[in-house]
Design a protein around this ligand. Structure first.
Ligand code: IMP
Ligand code: MG
Length: 178
């Protein structure tokens, strides 16, 4: 692979990402068999993970999308902006929020709060990446792909100012770039 400007190192390869999706998909398929699973992906960062995970889920499910943002460059503003609500009514569903990364936790605790009064049967969280070093909100994911060190990561849906989402791996953004 030729070097990509701004990528300091590959943190999670394409192969490892596929393995992670297979493992999480198998566990979720087992846990949600016979339930009313609604996968809720958080735009835009989680779309690539959502589509790979979805292909590994064997039980019946529905999908929907929400959009929020709280980032400016590599820093969270701490204020979550609500941009798009669900299309489906989650009444009676077992919601599994599918997120790209759990960092400060502010976004996911906000989303859990927003979804809490929609009469869902259960609400759980599946995150591809968990970066515990920066946690500010008291929140834990129920399914975690990989715990990562405190670095700004890009690729596989994750962006820096809307760039790099198309990289097939998760890489560390060189600090020279921010
Ligand atoms: P939190 O609210 O701080 O937990 O951040 C959650 C959101 O911030 C994620 O859904 C990402 O969109 C974004 N984010 C956090 N850390 C990173 C990173 O290292 N790279 C790219 N986006 C990130
Ligand atoms: Mg996100």
């Amino acid at each position: 692979m030729k070097p990509i400007e701004g990528v300091e190192e590959v943190l999670i390869s394409e192969e490892e990402l596929q393995d992670i999706c297979k493992k999480l998909g198998a566990q979720i398929s087992k846990d949600y068999e016979g339930k009313n699973l609604l996968l809720v992906s958080v735009l835009k960062g989680a779309v690539v993970f959502m589509s790979d995970l979805l292909k590994n889920i064997e039980c019946d499910c529905k999908i929907d999308f929400m959009a929020v943002s709280s980032y400016s460059g590599t820093k969270t503003t701490g204020v979550v902006k609500f941009k798009k609500d669900l299309d489906l009514d989650p009444d009676g569903c077992d919601i599994l929020i599918v997120e790209d990364i759990l960092d400060s936790g502010i976004t996911l605790s906000y989303l859990k709060k927003v979804l809490a009064d929609r009469n869902a049967k259960s609400i759980k969280i599946c995150t591809l990446l968990d970066k515990p070093a920066n946690r500010k909100a008291d929140i834990k994911a129920d399914y975690v792909g990989k715990v990562i060190p405190d670095a700004f990561v890009i690729g596989y849906g994750l962006d820096y100012n809307e760039h790099y989402r198309n990289l097939p791996f998760v890489g560390v953004l060189s600090p020279k770039y921010y």
